[in-house]
Design a protein around this ligand. Structure first.
Ligand code: HEC
Ligand code: HEC
Ligand code: HEC
Ligand code: HEC
Ligand code: HEC
Length: 223
């Protein structure tokens, strides 16, 4: 009599078990990856411990980004402001506000406010603010905050507007002339929407003259 089931079918339960286990592990990984705060993508706008508004402070009051993010031109990381920076105004402006209670508590205790991170690259990819926003080698040109972070001056709550993916980095590194602006305008908002028509041609000239060549070799960003 012909064998209906091959020998291999004896292993079916085992295969199902291993497969099932693999699927379970994958599901756990998937959930922890996508729902952990480490995974940030376009539109990510976590709730903050204080309802601080960029739209009001940077937009309406017109404060420069560097008043609070003071390391951005000289360091890899754009620092968040110390509580003292808020208190420069808020020991007199709205000193009784309930919304500012965590700020006053932080000031009294010396414990920093626990802001929730919005933008975050994986650990294996390295980004440095100063090389982008500082004119340095770039002959008076730089990348504006707006180009990577969008119209922060219009954000009630900060959200991520660019994918921060590898191809996003490389797209600009391949054609920086489309994105660079005069370095004195790095914190200016609205420039990208109203770029002068001849800026790209001017950029190309400087790029050639100064030999500006953003890296595309793997070890520049992965080390
Ligand atoms: C009065 C201080 C202040 C000013 C001025 C200010 N910021 Fe901020 N910024 C903060 C604080 C506080 C946070 C953290 C809370 C939050 O995300 O809203 C922050 C967060 C951010 C983040 C998100 C950081 C992350 O976690 O990824 C970006 C991007 C940013 N600011 C850009 C800007 C830009 C661009 C400007 C100028 C247009 C600016 N900021 C002006 C105080 C300030
Ligand atoms: C240059 C001065 C200045 C600085 C610095 C400043 N603010 Fe303000 N902030 C103001 C003014 C002015 C208002 C509006 C007050 C009003 O509505 O009467 C305000 C309003 C607020 C409000 C709303 C308060 C309410 O009850 O409606 C919050 C929350 C706030 N600021 C948080 C912060 C935080 C957090 C920082 C530090 C990262 C900060 N501010 C830094 C000037 C400042
Ligand atoms: C070329 C793109 C680019 C430009 C230009 C840029 N940023 Fe960023 N920014 C990023 C990236 C990418 C991150 C996430 C970095 C990380 O996770 O290591 C980030 C993170 C931040 C953070 C969170 C703290 C940190 O450094 O991780 C703040 C605050 C910030 N940027 C503010 C600014 C301000 C203010 C400017 C303008 C003066 C600016 N950025 C210009 C790409 C940019
Ligand atoms: C909008 C344009 C733009 C974007 C987006 C951008 N870069 Fe750059 N990057 C530049 C320019 C311009 C330079 C400077 C080249 C020079 O000075 O010769 C540069 C330089 C660098 C360098 C070389 C630093 C050095 O010490 O010479 C690294 C590394 C780098 N970028 C990483 C990144 C990473 C990682 C991302 C994405 C998260 C990114 N960049 C996104 C424009 C950009
Ligand atoms: C200008 C900076 C930059 C350069 C150059 C670069 N990478 Fe990346 N790479 C990144 C960033 C940023 C990420 C993280 C992307 C994310 O979080 O989605 C990344 C992610 C990756 C990943 C993870 C998978 C993925 O696509 O997210 C691999 C693998 C990788 N890079 C390999 C390489 C190799 C190989 C090279 C050289 C051919 C290279 N990278 C060059 C910035 C760079």
């Amino acid at each position: 009599m012909a064998q209906v089931f091959s020998k291999a079918s004896n292993r079916l339960p085992l295969i199902a078990l291993v497969g099932g286990l693999g699927f379970l592990l994958f599901t756990i990984w998937f959930i922890s990856y996508y729902f952990s705060p480490k995974y940030t993508d376009v539109g990510y706008a976590p709730k903050q411990p204080v309802p601080y508004s960029h739209q009001f402070h940077a937009g309406e009051l017109g404060m420069d980004c560097r008043y609070c993010h003071s390391n951005v031109e000289n360091g890899a990381i754009a620092n968040l402001p110390a509580t003292q920076t808020c208190m420069n105004c808020h020991n007199q402006v709205k000193p009784e506000s309930v919304k500012l209670l965590p700020v006053r508590e932080s000031w009294a205790s010396g414990k920093p406010i626990e802001w929730v991170k919005v933008h975050m690259l994986p650990e294996y990819a390295h980004f440095n603010h100063s090389v982008h926003v500082n004119a340095g080698s770039k002959g008076g040109l730089a990348v504006g905050c707006e180009t990577c972070h969008g119209r922060v001056d219009e954000m009630e709550v900060v959200s991520q507007v660019q994918p921060l993916s590898m191809s996003w980095c490389l797209e600009c590194h391949a054609t920086p002339e489309k994105y660079l602006r005069p370095a004195e305008l790095i914190t200016k908002m609205g420039y990208d929407q109203s770029r002068p028509a001849d800026q790209e041609a001017k950029n190309l000239e400087v790029i050639k003259k100064k030999g500006i060549a953003p890296p595309t070799n793997c070890s520049a960003c992965h080390y």
